[in-house]
Each structure stands twice: as structure tokens, then as C-alpha cells.
Design a protein around this ligand. Sequence first.
Ligand SMILES: Cc1cc2nc3c(=O)[nH]c(=O)nc-3n(C[C@H](O)[C@H](O)[C@H](O)COP(=O)(O)OP(=O)(O)OC[C@H]3O[C@@H](n4cnc5c(N)ncnc54)[C@H](O)[C@@H]3O)c2cc1C
Length: 574
Amino acid sequence: MAPQALDTDILILGSGGAGLFAALHAHQAQLRAASPLSITVAVKGLLGKCGCTRMVQGGYNVALAREDSVERHFMDTIEGGKWLPDQDLAWQLVTLAVERIRELENELGCFFDRNPDGTVHQKAFAGQTFDRTVHKGDLTGIEIINRLAEQVWSRKINRLEEHRAVELIKSSSGDSLAGVLFIDMRTGEYTFVRAKAVLLGTGGGPTMYKYHTPSGDKSCDGLAMALRAGLPLRDMEMVQFHPTGLLAGTHTRMTGTVLEEGLRGAGGYLLDGSKERFMQHYDPKAERATRDLVSRAMFTEMRKGKTTPYGGLYISMAHLGPERVRRDFKGMVERCADCGFDLAGGLVEVVPTAHYMMGGVEFRGDCSTALPGLFVAGEDAGGVHGANRLGGNGVANSTVFGAVAGDTMAQWVLDQDFRAPDRAAIEAAVAACELPFRNRSPSDIHSLREKLYDVMWDKVGIIRDAAGLAQAERALAGLDAELERCSLPDANRAFNLTWHDWLNLRSLVAVSRVITASAIARTDSRGAHFRSDFPDTGSLEQSTFTSLQNGQLTMKPVAFTRVRPGESLLKNAA
Ligand SMILES: Cc1cc2nc3c(=O)[nH]c(=O)nc-3n(C[C@H](O)[C@H](O)[C@H](O)COP(=O)(O)OP(=O)(O)OC[C@H]3O[C@@H](n4cnc5c(N)ncnc54)[C@H](O)[C@@H]3O)c2cc1C
């Protein structure tokens, strides 16, 4: 099956905040170039309709208010990240977020909520010392992605929709990237796209856990491809659980979807199955503590057995006044009502749900990676958030670094030629995708997925220990082997969703193994990673981060380039 071939100067994988900002910035930058560049966005779903940026509810962190500052936003990010973030990347995040939000409003046409005096309204989000989350009601991502998509549609930017990237193909010399192999999901045929620069913007997505929030198109494909290409992945043990996933039974896909952070920020209570508050026993900030603390407290309470009918806990907002809740959280109230819950006046069942991967491909401030020709931005990129991402820093991260990547790639391609691909690598990648059609032992993809969900939730979830992680390691190796043997009917490849499920699982199991290996290596507890056998944080001064490359795990020291543990950039800090 020889793939079709296409050429483009800049190839962008994914159409979330990272991908679309990269496309717009590359397009803007190329207007200054002598000859136009060809820019292509390739995406597994439909442009503007897929990925997690569209699902952003709460909003976008940025220091706009006079009483706030980028230094304060930076310190919140570093302290929230438990001193593991790359400080220069975090600094870029907080400073460029100010530019990006202006661009979103003034150039791209986003409307965000405003105060009566005309200033942008900023709401409270947990784990922050200032109310700095810009929002459009509680459905901020739809506003951002709709405006970005309109701008991309109106420019000469090529689109390959329902194209699934399956392998990064290196040059024949092996020292750089030549392009990307895709499956055109509409036909099942292969296409090789040669590109001078490629952006990995496929958005991570911890969908290997029983309860998870990200969109169904996200299955860690980008991270799995980067892993196979030999790129270092850092902080992979750091998987963030959002405390308030909706729990509405196994019959609905709404289970696991997120009820936004602003509910706790506004003063919502978490209650156990006996309708008692419990967060005050775990942290002085109670429900407004960071996500890791709240998720862990909830998991501990669930283990005690005082749970709701579906086995979780409750969130209660009624004490804030049902009218206010209906007004301020319209989308959330409607979502809960769809599942039979009254958020404004009653109780809603919730469970911690896997939400975000802080880990990702190691990258530099200009979004370049160790592989020349490959750039990374958004949730695929590691290092910005360290051990914990503040709510509201995710979409800031994808839009800030997406734009940086677009600018960098437009400049970088100017003195690059197309590189000849390693043809054997393309053939090997096609053969790997075709594997289940050659195998003969019938398999049940559904039960493989359930096994993955259970092992990751039970053994590599919110509370971990050496014995559980070792069991998970063995179980995941077994799942890998089962996937290798798995056979699918050699049927029509067009929109063959069982095949894509198999490909999803292939990526998820590969990345789950990296999460597990990194969790085994980190023998302390930081942010999202909690080991009951190593509950201490360890020395902040001696902080190290995990980095896995070609099967080798190393602990690398964190460089405190701007502030050391115990210090602060805030002038009046104690
Ligand atoms: C329910 C929910 C609510 C959230 N709320 C907030 C919030 O309030 N504030 C905040 O800051 N963050 C929030 N986040 C996190 C935020 O959405 C992410 O941090 C951010 O949007 C990620 O952007 P991205 O561009 O990296 O990825 P995404 O927006 O997820 O885009 C990834 C893209 O890659 C495509 N893709 C995936 N695999 C492939 C492949 N193999 N080939 C081609 N394309 C592929 C996808 O189809 C998609 O287009 C939320 C996340 C969720 C799930």
C-alpha cells in the first residue's frame, strides 16, 4: 500500500489553541517573506470542532489587573508546580499571556466578560493568589476556538481534516525530520506529507484512565510518536486529576466530564455521601486548595466508603443562592440538568477525573526540540507546569506557545530544503498500522480498553505505591503484547472506528508505560504525583525532574534560573 505524497513548508498537527495559533502566526510572519509559504493544518477531527481547547470552560489566566502582576502569576505557577517547572518557560507563559489575550480580543474578535466599568472581568480559580481568570461565561473555549477557526478559514491555510498522524518520519540520514505519515480516516488510505517544519500540537490527553475529561479524539498519539522517534519526554508521572468530574453512571459518556473549577472558586462545597463537608480537614484553603490536594482528599474519602449512590461524592452550590449559580454557571447548570442533577439548588455527584498531562516533549523557549524540523507546543510539550498545572494556565500555555511556534517555524523554514524521507521507515510504519489485519487471533478491543482503564485508575492514579506500580508495569506489558496479537476483520478501512480504537490503544498503552516508569522513578510526592510509600516532598533545593528517552529514565536537576525555593519575585513577599 504505497502512501500518497504531499509537500508543505509548514505542517501543523492538531487544531487546538496551539495548532491554530501556530497557523495564524506562521501565516502572519510569512507575509513578510519574499515568497509565500505553504501552511497545512492536519487534524484527526474537524478543524474547530475537536480537541480540548474547545472544551475550556473556566477560562484563561493572565495578569491584567493593576493590583496583579506577571511576577505574582509566575510565583503562583512555580509554587503550584512545586518548584519543578522550567522557570524560563513559565516566565514566557505569564508574560506572553498578556500579549495573547489582547490579540484574542483586539485582533481575533473574542468577546470576554467585562465589569461594569468596561475592564475585563477576571474570576477566582483555585490555587491562585489573585482573581486572574479571563472568561466568557463558563464556556470560554468555544469563544476562543470559534474565532480562531474563522480566522484560519478566511486565510490561505490548507486543511487536512480527519487525517490521523501515525508516525514522524525522519530523513534518510536519520538526523532530522522529513515529514509525517497519516491515515486519511475517510478512506483508510495512507498519505505521507513532507514538510520543512512540523508542529506537534496533538494535545496529550490522559484518556487511559477510567474517568477522564478530554475529547475522544485525544489518545496521546503525539506523545507516542515522539517517544518512538527517540525524543525525551519529561514529567510524565504528573497527570492532573480534576476534582469535580460529573458522575452520572456508566451508561453515559457524560460521566467523567468536568464541572469547572470556578464552582469551587466561587465557594462551592464538597460533601461526602453523608452530606458532610470534609475538605477543611485536609487543607486550610478547603475546597479552594489546588487540584492535586482536593483530588487526593476526595479519593481518600471515597476509600473510606462514605460515598454517593454512584460511588463518588457531592458538590453543593445551593448555599450561594440558586439564582446566582444559574446566572454565573449557566453551562454547568444545564450540563447537570441533562444528567438529572440540580446544580443550582441540589446536590450533584462528582468524582476526580483525569484531566491534563503536565508532562510532554522537552522543548526550548522557541518551541524547537531535539529533533531538527520538529517543534512542539501546547499539552504535548512538557516543562511549563512542573508537578501541577493551575486551572486557567492550560489554554494560556497552548495559545502562548502555539504563537511562538508559528513565528519560529516561519523563520526557520526560510533556509531549509525538503529532506528526503527514510523510505524504509514509512514502510515499517504502514506495516505497524496494518498489523491487526494480518493477525489471526480474534480479540475484544473493548475489554482491552477496560483493562487499561482499570489498571491506570487503580494502580497509577491519584494515590500510588511501589507494589501497585510494579503490578501496573506487568499488566501494561501484557496489554502491549495482547495488542500486538490482536486481529481485526480485514474490512473496509473507511471510517473503520475499530481500527482507530486499536490505534488509540496502541498510543495510550505506550504512554501509560512511560507514566508508570516515571512514577516508579520518582520516590517522593510532588503536586499531582503522590506515593503513599514516599509521602514527603523531598528537598525543594535538590529538585529533579524525570526524563525518559529511548527506554532510559534519568532524573535531571531543575535549574532555578529566576527564583530559588524560599525566595519570591514579589517585592513585598514575607
Ligand atoms: C473539559 C476541559 C475543560 C478545560 N478547561 C480549561 C480551562 O478552563 N482553562 C484552561 O486553561 N485549560 C482548560 N482545559 C485544558 C485545555 O483545554 C488544554 O490545556 C489546552 O486547550 C490544550 O490545547 P492544545 O492545543 O495543546 O490541544 P487540543 O486543544 O486538545 O488540540 C489537540 C488537537 O490535536 C488533534 N489530534 C490529536 N491526535 C491527532 C493525530 N494523531 N493526528 C492529527 N491530529 C490529532 C485533535 O483532534 C485536536 O485538534 C480544559 C480541558 C478540558 C478537557
